[in-house]
Design a protein around this ligand. Structure first.
Ligand SMILES: [Zn+2]
Length: 479
């Protein structure tokens, strides 16, 4: 049974299969703007996309996952100039940080991760096509705008009534934007190419319309088509990207290629709330992965907490949800250990690579997989995992059944991107008197006062501790 997933465009659940059998499933996801560390709201979306990709792979599909890097826009340009470094040096630094966080969260790297700066000719070619076909016009300052009124089904993704679009924009932020971009013929029109302004500093590229840089929307259209073709299988992003970003991507792509179905499926994940509120710097609830690690959370617990809500509902993240995630992971580890013991296997047998390719058995974990296949319902899948875990305690469980359960558990955890046995057990807290005795004993031994060191050893033993000495130091452990 193929995975079924809700599609924002048709508002129905659809089966996920590549357009042509035997070809990879083409999946494009809007990536990060690399101007600072990503926050957990960004990661919720990226983790859900990673979970979908893993589920598709477990379902037997080859997935071609493309995720872009937005490395030229107002934020990257302004921040790099403020730091006095080149745009490239600045965005390289934050790209490396993003990769490190993704690796810690056990996210699979995309097959292609195109940078907007490295694809400026692709974007220019697409804009030229749009101008030639009458879907775009050049303003007096050399900026190029998409002419929304030439796209007859504009609004189909976000289900926006086009007659109301103008009024909406004029009544809200549109009016303010119009003051900046006075060359636009209509407030609904959006920039494909932005003419160079002095505040852009050295960041400009040549184009048929003069120096400037591409608008944001065009990069995703140009790069998705470059790597996945003019129509592809699935496009993903956070719900905040649905309008206008994805609506604009559809308009400019379909008008440039003349083909409908730019993406056959649209996959949007809902917002992350923190402590019941929208994340914002002023509320102090905008967490990065490093912030949570500093509070003692393991990246695996962060992953668990961020994927544990259904992707189509808002998830309220709290520090308590991290503790719950850590204890859930421990329960799964304990059950896995019991299954391993019953099956006569080692922890190493449970770990990747490609545990799902070795064994087709699901044991008690088939209901968890079925829940995941049904609109990527992670909370239901986790519920089924927890219903299946007690099976590990059954005295009559045979080694063969234990192996089947291990195979099923390993596969569902692969799909969820959860690795077991990764967190080091926290070192036991050492009482201060014990720590003091340990330090004095080590100092005495270093000073070759062996009688003194021996006396301190006995004192430590009375308190139930002993010192394990190495060449370069010692550790204190319970007797
Ligand atoms: Zn995008």
């Amino acid at each position: 049974m193929p995975i079924r997933l809700f599609d924002t465009l048709s508002r129905t659940e659809k089966e996920l299969r590549p357009a042509a059998p035997g070809t990879p499933f083409g999946m494009y996801c809007c990536g990060p703007t690399v101007y600072g560390p990503a926050h957990i709201g960004n990661f919720r979306t990226f983790l859900i996309q990673d979970t979908l990709r893993r589920a598709l792979e477990l379902d037997g599909l080859a997935v071609k996952h493309v995720r872009n890097l937005t490395d030229v826009d107002d934020k990257t340009i302004r921040s790099s100039m403020k730091e006095g470094v080149s745009l490239k040096a600045f965005t390289d630094k934050w790209t490396a940080k993003f990769h490190a966080d993704c690796d810690a969260l056990n996210m699979q790297r995309p097959a292609v991760e195109p940078s907007a700066v490295e694809h400026i000719p692709h974007q220019i070619r697409m804009i030229e096509k749009l101008v030639a076909r009458g879907h775009a016009y050049v303003a007096a300052d050399g900026s190029v705008y998409f002419k929304v009124c030439t796209c007859h089904d504009y609004g189909k993704l976000a289900h926006i009534d086009r007659s109301k679009l103008q009024t909406q924009n004029e009544n809200s932020a549109g009016a303010a934007n119009a003051a900046d971009e006075y060359d636009r013929e209509s407030v609904a029109d959006f920039a494909l190419w932005k003419a160079w302004k002095p505040e852009d500093g050295p960041n400009k590229w040549d184009s048929p319309w003069g120096p400037g840089r591409p608008g944001w929307h065009i990069e995703c259209s140009a790069m998705s088509i470059e790597y996945l073709g003019e129509t592809f299988d699935l496009h993903g992003g956070g719900v905040d990207l649905c309008f206008p970003h994805h609506e604009n991507e559809i308009a400019q792509s379909e008008c440039a290629t003349g083909k409908k179905d730019f993406s056959r499926h649209w996959f949007h994940s809902e917002h992350l709330m923190v402590d019941g509120a929208k994340m914002s710097k002023s509320l102090g609830n905008l967490y990065t992965l490093d912030d949570l690690k500093a509070k003692g959370a393991s990246p695996m617990a962060v992953r668990y907490a961020l994927i544990s809500g259904h992707y189509r509902t808002q998830l309220n993240f709290t520090l308590k949800s991290l503790e719950d995630a850590a204890s859930a992971l421990e329960k799964i580890e304990r059950a896995a250990e019991r299954l391993l013991a019953k099956a006569g296997l080692e922890k190493a047998d449970f770990l990747p690579p490609a545990v799902h390719e070795k064994n087709t058995a699901w044991g008690s974990y088939l209901p968890a997989w079925e829940a995941l296949q049904n609109d990527l319902n992670v909370p239901a899948a986790l519920g089924k995992v927890f219903s299946a875990l007690p099976n590990a305690n059954r005295p009559e469980l045979s080694p063969a059944d234990a192996r089947a359960d291990l195979s099923g558990l390993a596969k569902i955890l692969f799909a969820l991107g959860i690795r077991l046995f990764t967190t080091e057990k926290k070192a036991e807290e050492i009482p201060s008197d014990v720590a003091g005795l340990g330090a004095r004993r080590w100092a005495a031994k270093q000073a070759k006062d062996f009688a003194g060191a021996d006396a301190l050893r006995l004192e430590l033993e009375k308190l139930g501790w002993k010192s394990l000495d190495r060449k370069d130091g010692y550790s204190l452990v319970r007797l």
